[in-house]
Design a protein around this ligand. Structure first.
Ligand code: HEC
Length: 173
């Protein structure tokens, strides 16, 4: 039998220690990842319930089907994904009624200046329909976490490319 070389024993010990530490890190990372995936799934689930309760009657489903005329779809063919999270959150909190109201007023003013025909063409081009519903303000009804959840759900409507592009959209857009 060969005499044990203490340096070899030491090296083996250190190597085993590293292996155990590495395993612990990998397992830990796996647990964190799984927890994050579970959180995300719960958020999307909650968002889906809120969307069904508050948004779907106007906006329709993930492709805008079943919505009301004049209300934009949040699906891949819509343009919701062109806006940043911050911009979308603000629209959801405040609604767009003020902006829409101002636009309606301006169009009515133009009606006096350029006549019905041009304004009617413009309204059609802008997709504005008479009596179409407006986006309500949800401040006070939906908490910040609710809005995060609804957005997490709406994001699942989009293609991976749209999701990536949306995450890189400048905040104010
Ligand atoms: C009464 C109908 C109605 C309901 C209910 C409604 N919306 Fe809207 N929403 C609209 C309309 C109409 C617009 C387009 C802007 C406008 O004309 O006011 C809009 C616009 C938006 C936009 C901006 C889209 C863009 O591309 O700029 C977002 C985001 C949005 N809605 C999210 C929601 C969410 C989330 C809910 C549910 C919590 C919801 N909406 C409920 C009618 C509605």
């Amino acid at each position: 039998m060969q005499p044990r070389n203490p340096r070899v024993v030491l090296l083996l010990g250190v190597g085993a220690g590293f292996a155990v530490a590495l395993l612990a890190i990998l397992l830990g990372a796996g647990i964190v990842e799984r927890r994050q995936a579970a959180d995300q799934e719960a958020r999307v689930g909650r968002g889906s319930e809120l969307y069904g309760a508050y948004c779907q009657t106007c906006h329709g489903d993930s492709r805008g089907i079943g919505g009301q005329p004049g209300v934009p779809s949040h699906g891949p063919e819509g343009h919701t994904w062109h806006h940043s999270d911050r911009n979308l959150t603000e629209t959801i909190l405040n609604g767009s009624s003020l902006m829409a109201q101002q636009m309606e007023e301006e169009l009515e003013e133009m009606r006096r200046q350029v006549g019905d025909e041009i304004v009617d063409i413009m309204r059609k081009q802008m997709g504005l329909q008479d009596g179409a519903p407006r986006m309500p303000a949800w401040r006070g009804t939906l908490a910040d976490e609710d809005i995060d959840a609804v957005l997490a759900y709406i994001r699942t409507f989009w293609t991976p490319e749209q999701q990536r592009a949306q995450q890189q959209t400048p905040m104010m857009r």
